[in-house]
Design a protein. Structure first.
Lengths: 113, 111
């Protein structure tokens, strides 16, 4: 069974440019998460989806970050415009509703110059 | 969400048992204790979870104290591939609670 797939694996952009990350969760998982991980820190939740509904986006900086999960499957996280402080690893995870067992992708490492 | 305290780092000799402690004295009655680990440059990986009974699976054992204020993750025979950051996370899980990661414990398994 395929795991959570994320792309791109690495992205280098200049500040003020836009960037997008894509996530394909495990088939059948209706809960999807985006986490941000800074160097030396644990992952921090940005947004959680139940199917196509964002049920917790309280930590998403909505002035520059947006996310969508059309049809309740794949998801995209966008940053526009990117700032130097956005350099981090962006992790996607999925799970069956009602469990704390999350399956994570390998992450997308963003470097903003 | 319950706060956790974990040692920032630990060393373990290859082949020996690794015992990773976690203090979660403010855990709520409906919160499970989840353990994840993160190997360098990979996403976190689920290890095990429990409510109040001790649990064992193919990866590890979880010992939870009777008052549920602390727990210990045991890797019975640590290998070099077990070198990772280990996170202890109390959560109600699923729609009832998100995984809130702390800084975890960096376990270094040495030959």
């Amino acid at each position: 069974e395929a795991g959570v797939v994320q792309s791109p694996r690495y992205k280098i952009i200049e500040k003020k440019q836009p960037v997008a990350f894509w996530c394909n969760p495990i088939s059948g998982h209706n809960t999807l998460y985006w986490y941000l991980q800074n160097l030396g820190q644990g992952p921090e939740l940005l947004i959680r989806y139940e199917n196509e509904e964002a049920v917790d986006d309280s930590q998403l900086p909505k002035d520059r970050f947006s996310a969508e999960r059309l049809k309740g499957v794949d998801s995209t996280l966008k940053i526009q415009p990117a700032e130097l402080g956005d350099s981090a690893v962006y992790l996607c995870a999925s799970s069956n509703s009602g469990t704390g067992e999350l399956f994570f992708g390998e992450g997308s490492r963003l470097t903003v110059l | 969400d319950a706060k956790t305290t974990q040692p920032p780092s630990m060393d373990c000799a290859e082949g020996r048992a690794a015992n990773l402690p976690c203090n979660h004295s403010t855990i709520s009655g409906n919160e499970y204790v989840y353990w994840y680990r993160q190997i360098h440059s990979q996403g976190p990986q689920y290890i095990i979870h429990g409510l109040k009974n001790n649990e064992t699976n193919e990866m590890a054992s979880l010992i939870i104290t009777e008052d549920r204020k602390s727990s210990t993750l045991i890797l019975p025979h640590a290998t070099l591939r077990d070198t990772a950051v280990y996170y202890c996370i109390p959560t109600a899980g699923g729609s009832q609670g998100n995984l809130i990661f702390g800084k975890g414990t960096k376990l270094s398994v040495k030959p």
